[in-house]
Design a protein around this ligand. Structure first.
Ligand SMILES: [Zn+2]
Ligand SMILES: [Zn+2]
Length: 62
């Protein structure tokens, strides 16, 4: 075996954009669907920061 790559048997884990805790089931930002959060509280807390990148991601102009 010349190449060794790491594969995890468990489901891929996502990381909360706010508290950075990992979980397989995180709620996505309904706008950009890129940011993920544990719950509405994390999303609300991160929104003051995320709102800048969130709108930027959805309004990308070539
Ligand atoms: Zn969180
Ligand atoms: Zn977003």
């Amino acid at each position: 075996m010349t190449h060794s790559s790491l594969h995890f048997n468990n489901v891929p884990l996502y990381q909360c954009s706010w508290c950075e805790s990992t979980s397989a089931v995180l709620r996505k930002c309904s706008r950009c669907e890129k940011a993920r959060y544990c719950d509405a509280a994390c999303q609300k807390n991160h929104w003051t920061v995320h709102r800048q990148t969130c709108f930027a991601d959805t309004s990308v102009k070539p």
